[in-house]
Design a protein around this ligand. Sequence first.
Ligand SMILES: Cc1ncc(COP(=O)(O)O)c(C=O)c1O
Ligand SMILES: NCC(=O)CCC(=O)O
Length: 422
Amino acid sequence: MLGMSKELYEEASKFLVGGVDSPVRAAVRPYPFFVKEGVGPYIITEDNEKLVDYVLGYGPLILGHANEAVKRRVIEQIERGWLYGTPTRVELELAKKVVSYVMPGGKVRFVNSGTEATMTAIRLARGFTGRNKIMKFDGCYHGAHDYVLVQAGSAASEYGVPNSRGVPPQVAALTVVAKYNDLESADRAAKAAGDDLAAIIVEPVIGNMGVIPPDREFLRGLREIADRYGSLLIFDEVITGFRLSMGGAQQYFGVKADIVTLGKIIGGGFPIGAVTARSEIMDLLSPRGPVFNAGTFNANPVTMSAGLATIETIEATDALSKASKAAKEIAEYAEAAFNGAASVNRVESMFQLFFTQRSVVSPDDARASDREKYAKFHELMRKYGVFVPPSQFESQFTSAVHDDEVILTTEEALRKAASELK
Ligand SMILES: Cc1ncc(COP(=O)(O)O)c(C=O)c1O
Ligand SMILES: NCC(=O)CCC(=O)O
């Protein structure tokens, strides 16, 4: 019903901060639209708009909305109850998949969010090395906990709070910041941390400043720096895991990390995070070792069922290639439609446009692009039936069900948006 989102938003603002429960959702102007249904590549809003979805829950829905196989497995699980406080068979099955693709010979711990995954990974790296400092990169986002809310991307940058108030300076001082795609800067930061650098944490492809791919030598160089300083390399693959390839960014770029954090896709759209590493590192975790982690909802059977069904469907249907093919067509079309006025970055099925004439190879380039124009782009795309992220500092995603019809609708919208934005 027309006007329904406005009504809901006004009501929600009395009970929820900013009318939302996660800040990026409030970036939609003039107020966030509420969604009542997701079907394949589409969402249906409370105002009865049908929009092609390139947000896809911010990444998890590689099979699109309400995938039949995932839905069936979730319902089957729910019929048998949904929380036991014990290990389950489905958790073991998902663990086998994740470990065999991402960390052969290693182990995994399932948690409830990417935030918990990076928090646990960092604690584990500190426990393993006996050191305190970590290096992160300006513009990378690793979730909403104290260790990493330093020069953070995503909504932290969108709202101008890359360094959150409430993080004690003593904690923030343990995080040294380097520039992405700049190995000299990383080397300087490692030197500055002296012999106290526990880990380097990085998004192998930045998906939280728009999309910024790594230079050819960047990830390999980080591997060398970590080795030289006796620190662990953490790939935060919350976005890239099971998206760039079944083995994620490690396999895609041919660089091994010591610890990999996962989330999003491996939960099939239900809350999830995971930490995986070789057993020597993982066995430091409780109950085996002295590094603590626990959670009432860790490895929740509903999430495990959705994650396992998602990975099995990806295996059976070549979903990753399908999603990448759709992203390639759309990215190429957008590049042509904007004819030099926008720069488009893409790695497989993640991509984003920046309104700038130069290529975007760093978070500084992303910040220097025309963000107001991006906000207008978001509005125009919605007018023409397409939901792209409301913030410049997020990635667009495709799914395996972004088919030719959907691509056509999107190209039509891009063509109109481009002509109006010039
Ligand atoms: C690379 C990366 N790490 C960590 C997170 C945090 O995950 P969550 O939102 O599930 O806590 C995100 C969220 O988008 C992310 O993109
Ligand atoms: N790229 C950042 C996210 O995907 C997070 C979404 C959210 O916090 O709502």
